[in-house]
Write a protein that binds this ligand. Structure first.
Ligand code: ADP
Length: 370
């Protein structure tokens, strides 16, 4: 069993220094692929390094399986780590690099040979076993680093931004290889990244962090569709969710979101109507994803609430076009549309908001309200 449990874990780098990880509580189940994601400096690596035993735990407890590991040295934790900078030995061949940890453990030579060759086959680097790291591409080097981790057959993989040094295409390819590898080996994996795409594509569960505090722990789908606060809503998704501040008001049985110059009616039949009803009369931040905003040059076309605005600019992103729109709110709003449309700057537009998909947040602390 390689469940990992963190109880009230805190970290301070020095006695009178602020906490950079605050009361971290998390249960990671056996065989999960959990991704810690958040902006640079939010404490992701620190948590990973505490699990690895490379940093002291200032407060709280960490268990791997049923074993309290707070005082256990890294070598006794049965984990393997993969870093961004590969950390390969330049003078050793690929074979020797992968075998190194096993030799240290005094594994018999023929068993090492079997383990190295099996890992090389899984990672498709059999043809490079005699080469030196210098003679490999970045992606191949990272595979060797992974090989070194998997031959140890650990109960836990810890990965700290392992793909950051690769170019975009190779990164995408290695993402799917890591998913395959995880399926094949079934080893519990904790993966740190600042890249929300990696989190969303690889994780069974995502842990979103900010300033050393967990913001939300959930599946990628739930994080995307049901963000707990404006930070999560804005951090996950590209381009980010649109936000508008306003008031929810009731007029003759109709519930509306009202902001400067326009009102958006909220349909009564939506599933969460009772939750939204309770918000009548209060200030809210409305959140709506770009794919739930449409544009049309004919008034009242499409489904949803319609406001008037104009195009600031639009950018073609392959299969999508992102249209930045001025609706006289402080920030422009962005719509995701089909790529073929020509939308010159300053064109007047009807902007259709699918209010069934709107989310409501507390403008004071960003917490989700509906
Ligand atoms: P992330 O991995 O999310 O980028 P880190 O865990 O590396 O964040 O860092 C969290 C905070 O702790 C940052 O403010 C960073 O400056 C600080 N920090 C990290 N390592 C050390 C260290 N060895 N000494 C002092 N402060 C550190």
């Amino acid at each position: 069993m390689s469940r990992v449990t963190l109880n009230q874990v805190c970290k301070q780098y020095g006695k009178n220094k602020p906490r950079v990880v605050k009361h971290f509580n998390l249960e990671i189940e056996d065989k999960e692929f959990v991704v810690f994601v958040g902006p640079s400096g939010c404490g992701k690596s620190t948590v990973l390094r505490m699990i690895a035993g490379l940093e002291d735990i200032s407060e709280g407890e960490i268990y791997i399986g049923d074993v309290l590991v707070n005082e256990l040295p890294p070598k006794d934790r049965d984990i393997a780590m993969v870093f961004q900078n590969y950390a390969l030995y330049p003078n050793m061949s690929v074979y020797e690099n992968i075998a190194f940890g096993l030799r240290l453990r005094k594994m018999p030579k023929h068993e090492i040979d079997i383990a190295v060759k099996r890992a090389a086959r899984v990672l498709e680097i059999e043809a490079y076993l005699d080469r030196k790291p210098m003679q490999l591409s970045g992606g191949q080097r990272q595979r060797v680093a992974l090989g070194r981790a998997i031959v140890r057959n650990p109960q836990l993989f810890l990965m700290d931004e392992p793909l950051s040094n690769l170019d975009a295409k190779l990164r995408a390819q290695m993402r799917s290889e890591l998913i395959r590898l995880h399926k094949q080996l079934g080893v519990t994996t904790i993966y740190v990244t600042h890249d929300q795409t990696e989190a969303m594509t690889m994780a069974t569960r995502v842990v979103v962090m900010k300033d050393g505090v967990i913001q939300q722990v959930d599946t990628p789908e739930e994080i995307y569709n049901n963000p707990a606060n404006t930070f999560v809503a804005g951090f996950i998704g590209s381009p980010p969710m649109n936000f508008m501040d306003g008031i929810l008001e009731e007029h003759g049985g109709r519930l509306e979101f009202r902001t400067n110059g326009f009102a958006l009616e909220i349909p009564r039949r939506i599933a969460k109507a009772p939750a939204v009803d309770r918000l009548a009369g209060r200030s809210v931040t409305l959140g709506i994803r770009p794919e739930h905003v449409g544009v049309d040059d004919a008034r009242d076309a499409g489904q949803g609430a319609v406001i008037r605005g104009s195009v600031i600019y639009s950018e073609l992103m392959g299969a999508d076009r992102f249209v930045h729109l001025d609706v006289r709110t402080p920030a422009p709003i962005v719509a995701r549309t089909a790529p073929g449309r020509m939308l010159p700057a300053e064109s007047p537009m009807s902007i259709v908001i699918d209010m069934q998909k709107a989310l409501f947040f507390n403008p004071e602390n960003g917490e989700r309200l509906d």
